[in-house]
Design a protein around this ligand. Structure first.
Ligand SMILES: O=C[C@H](O)COP(=O)(O)O
Length: 331
């Protein structure tokens, strides 16, 4: 079924406003073919960033809280149980200890979403009832994305029917590696149609795409196909989120916004477990896309263990004393 917005010239689309979603556009192969990435320059820019942006004290604490608000608190393990998901959701409702929040003069902090496998959607929804925190489900044969297409579509539909408001799909890496952009666009359009009202995050699995130019091209095709977010990784690839890959994706988001008016969200995910790393990603986001993107509507971290390090560092900030990691087990 054709999606709203497809087939229209991208320059005539209305700018996104009032919560409207990226409608996507027909595949523009001239645009895709013209994309170039200067890898050494990207690597240099990413390497220079953490040293350029050193935050301390209250400012650092405030940015760590922003990282919490933009977090998809995640558990994606083969041994997940309803009880583990319920504990994770309790943490999602109250990500930081009340005494820490009080000391920082903050209230009402919660995470961006809870991210789980399909089977854990119902326990997550039950544990989050009344909070407004959305449940995101990974889908389409996560993490490899190699199951039959009809099953991948059915999986999305089942997760949406179960109540997931966000669907994290994985792209077929082979379409990128073989340069089959139209097939990739078609696949992603079909995923987006199956998502219906649920927001679609397109996981590019950047560590398996064979280089930064392919990352740029895959990111652009995903946005042309109507992705609400583009996401780096599943957390299961040998190389997951990195600053250079994120820089390339942010620049594609900026290009796409400049040419179509649509704002697409960014989700670095996989292997981000330290507060200092999270701050570097936020600084990059702010430099590349501006403050407008610094909200859970347009930015998420996908992380299973980042929250524990942020809480530990905030405890240190509030108390002025070092805090041991074991005191902050979940998240
Ligand atoms: O989408 C989220 C990732 O799977 C989380 O990866 P992580 O467990 O390395 O934090």
């Amino acid at each position: 079924m054709p999606m709203q917005g497809f087939g229209q010239d991208h320059v005539t689309q209305s700018p996104q406003a009032g919560g409207l979603r990226n409608a996507g556009m027909a595949l523009d192969m001239d645009w895709i073919g013209a994309l170039r990435v200067n890898a050494p320059a990207v690597n240099r820019a990413a390497a220079a960033l953490p040293a350029r942006r050193v935050l301390t004290g209250e400012q650092r604490a405030a940015w760590m809280c922003k990282a919490v608000a933009c977090m998809d608190l995640t558990t994606l393990s083969g041994d997940d149980t309803a009880a583990r998901v319920a504990r994770l959701c309790a943490k999602a409702r109250q990500p930081l200890r009340p005494d820490l929040l009080e000391a920082m003069g903050m209230e009402g902090l919660r995470v961006g979403a809870v991210c789980v496998y399909h089977e854990m959607i119902t326990p997550a929804l039950e544990a989050l009832e009344g909070t407004g925190i959305p449940v995101a489900a990974v889908s389409t044969g996560f993490p490899a994305g190699l199951s039959p297409m009809r099953l991948r579509i059915a999986e999305i539909e089942a997760s949406v029917a179960a109540g997931a408001q966000e669907i994290d799909i994985v792209i077929s890496r082979r379409r990128v590696l073989e340069g089959r952009w139209e097939a990739l666009h078609d696949e992603l359009r079909a995923f987006r149609a199956a998502c219906g009202a649920a927001h679609m995050k397109a996981i590019l699995a950047t560590g398996e795409l064979g280089g930064l130019r392919n990352v740029a091209r895959a990111a652009m095709v995903a946005m042309m196909a109507g992705a609400d977010f583009i996401k780096t990784s599943t957390g299961k690839e040998p190389v997951n989120a990195t600053l250079p890959v994120t820089l390339v994706m942010l620049r594609m988001i900026r290009d796409y916004h400049e040419r179509t008016g649509w704002r697409v969200g960014m989700k670095p995910a996989g292997g981000i477990s330290k507060a200092g790393e999270a701050l570097a990603y936020l600084a990059m986001l702010r430099e590349e896309l501006g403050r407008e993107w610094l909200s859970p509507e347009l930015f998420r971290f996908g992380a299973s263990s980042l929250l524990a390090d942020i809480e530990r560092q905030l405890e240190q900030h509030v108390s002025g004393r070092p805090s041991a990691g074991w005191r902050h087990g979940i998240g």
